[in-house]
Design a protein around this ligand. Structure first.
Ligand code: PMV
Length: 323
């Protein structure tokens, strides 16, 4: 049997602005997706017959990327992530599937993480009508703190370039690792799920519509870009007070873009008294918020009291791995 785990992610800074070429900072979380694969007498996934249309990521990885023509497989998926919540569950699934399949087919060959991130990105694009940024798959593959941008930022280390031919033309990104302090003090991420799905496509379209109706709002994107750079600089020197302040500011900017929601605002406000900072994370309209705190239990309680589902993660988590 071949088994792999890949983490989910949350966006710390730069959501929506990244669509306009600005940087996004994403961080791998402790929770993710486990995939196990074994040869079997029939194609089975999670105890049921494998319907390829229901698992486009897995189907693309098996047939288009690995060109698998071997015996039928039994695939088991176990996810610790809230789905459709902006935590990168499909990217984690793609990466864990790619890693497990690699182990099954080439047990002697070392796992190439960058190749895997590219496989995951291709699977995401195949499942999303050719449109996907490499943020989720790169963060899940590499782990730690990842900066995806049209340009290279100070305080980061370049890892690879990603490109994709989308229905709107060719797009390219620079994928970099944020340089974090060796020792991270006792500080945690607390995710709070609103229980509502986060419709990424709709939220991105709403922002595009707002900017075309009110071009003055474009300044919000440059504000987010500046906050992102400030947050990243503070992260790289371990100044978590400033990271938290930047998160609070980022939330206010996202609110003025109209992508937060009453439930996200409620969870953010409830977390703030016990946090260094808190903001919505990802596309918004639902999904999750994230708080940075030295008192994760207290923040979790606040999220629960306010109607959310909490999840605590270390600040720095590793990327995809064989288990
Ligand atoms: O909610 P998520 O993780 O799908 O985040 C979407 C991030 C956006 O910037 C809103 C969209 C994008 O493609 O980057």
């Amino acid at each position: 049997m071949a088994k792999a785990f890949a983490p989910g992610k949350c966006i710390l800074f730069g959501e929506h602005a990244v669509v306009y070429g600005h940087p996004a900072v994403a961080i791998a979380i402790e929770q993710g997706v486990n995939v196990s694969i074994e040869k079997f007498d029939d194609w089975v996934i999670d105890g049921k017959s494998f319907d390829h249309s229901k698992y486009p990521h897995i189907s693309h990885i098996l047939h288009d990327l690995f060109e698998y023509k071997g015996e039928p497989l039994k695939i088991e998926i176990e996810s610790q992530l809230f789905s459709a919540a902006g935590l990168g569950s499909s990217a984690a699934l793609s990466n864990a599937m790619g890693a497990a399949l690699h182990k099954l087919i080439n047990p002697q060959e070392k796992l190439d993480i960058i190749k895997l991130a590219k496989i995951g990105h291709s699977a995401e694009a195949a499942a999303q009508e050719g449109r996907a940024s490499p943020t989720d798959t790169a963060t899940s593959a590499l782990g730690g703190c990842i900066v995806v941008s049209g340009e290279r930022l100070t305080g980061t280390e370049h890892v690879f370039d990603a490109e994709l031919v989308t229905p709107e033309g060719k797009r390219s990104w620079s994928v970099c690792k944020a340089i974090l302090p060796e020792e991270i003090e006792d500080v945690w991420l607390i995710l709070g799920f609103t229980g509502e799905a986060s419709p990424t496509g709709k939220m991105v379209a709403n922002v595009a519509d707002l900017l075309s109706r009110d071009p003055d709002k474009k300044s919000i994107m440059t504000n987010i870009k500046e906050i992102t750079q400030r947050g990243l600089d503070a992260l790289s020197v371990g100044n978590f007070e400033v990271v938290g302040m930047a998160m609070n500011e980022c939330h206010e900017q996202l609110r003025s873009l109209g992508v937060s929601s009453d439930s996200l605002d409620r969870l953010v406000e409830a977390s703030k008294p016990y946090s260094l900072g808190a903001k919505m994370t990802g596309a918004g309209g639902g999904g999750c918020m994230v708080a940075l705190s030295r008192n994760p239990q207290r923040v979790s309680e606040q999220i629960e009291i306010s109607g959310g589902k909490p999840m605590i993660s270390k600040l720095v988590s590793k990327g995809v791995r064989l288990i």
